[in-house]
Write a protein that binds this ligand. Structure first.
Ligand code: GRF
Length: 201
């Protein structure tokens, strides 16, 4: 089977500062990940990461979920139209704070990953660092997983661990975990894309 020459066309979804998005873009540009970032998409016009992406000359899109009220599928259909315009093949969720419906997750099954700031299956959902400290955990960390319909429930691709220190606050623990997120996400996305390419071929 001939090797595919074109990099995988990647969209990165963000909602805020976009530090993970930045590490993924840099890993694609350095050749660490066999993908090309073709779109940075946000559900918020004010996401700081959009500014950085624009400065890099990357195509961006902002689709404000609030305009759709309760109609999550209408929001996702407009996202899908935007992905189609850019011929996106693979999605990395990087701090994207909207829960996606099964309409969207089924369409992207095996082609969409997420980073979550806990050692899944522990602490899916929000406030992960506060919950780890409250439970008296000795370790915390982050996970990259395949996205399925259940929030933060898809198979884990890879994880990084950090110690929880005696005086940690949710903020100090979040900072320690975020440093590891930036190591983990490029490595795990690389693995996920290799897996996708093996299946596709
Ligand atoms: C990260 O902690 C990520 O794990 C979580 O949201 C945060 C996003 O941070 N899902 P950033 O926007 O990538 O800086």
């Amino acid at each position: 089977m001939p090797e595919r020459e074109e990099p995988v066309r990647l969209a990165i979804f963000i909602s805020g500062r976009g530090s993970n998005m930045k590490t993924l873009v840099e890993a694609c540009l350095s050749g660490e990940i066999p993908a090309k970032p073709v779109l940075v998409l946000s559900n918020s016009y004010s996401a700081a990461g959009l500014e950085w992406a624009t400065e890099q000359g990357l195509p961006i899109a902002a689709i404000d979920h609030r305009a759709y009220g309760d109609d999550r599928e209408a929001f996702e259909k407009d996202i899908q139209d935007t992905l189609d315009l850019h011929n996106v093949e693979f999605i990395a969720l990087a701090g994207f704070m909207r829960v996606l419906t099964s309409w969207f997750t089924e369409k992207w099954q095996g082609r969409m990953v997420n980073i979550h700031p806990s050692l899944l299956p522990k602490y899916p959902g929000l406030h992960t660092h506060k919950r780890a400290i409250k439970a008296g955990d000795a370790e915390a960390g982050c996970s990259v997983h395949w996205v399925t319909e259940g929030v933060d429930e898809g198979a884990v691709i890879d994880q990084e661990k950090v110690p929880v220190l005696k005086d940690d606050t949710p903020e100090s623990l979040a900072d320690r975990v975020l440093e590891r997120e930036h190591l983990l996400y490029p490595r795990a996305l690389g693995k996920a894309i290799e897996d996708f390419l093996a299946r596709e071929g």
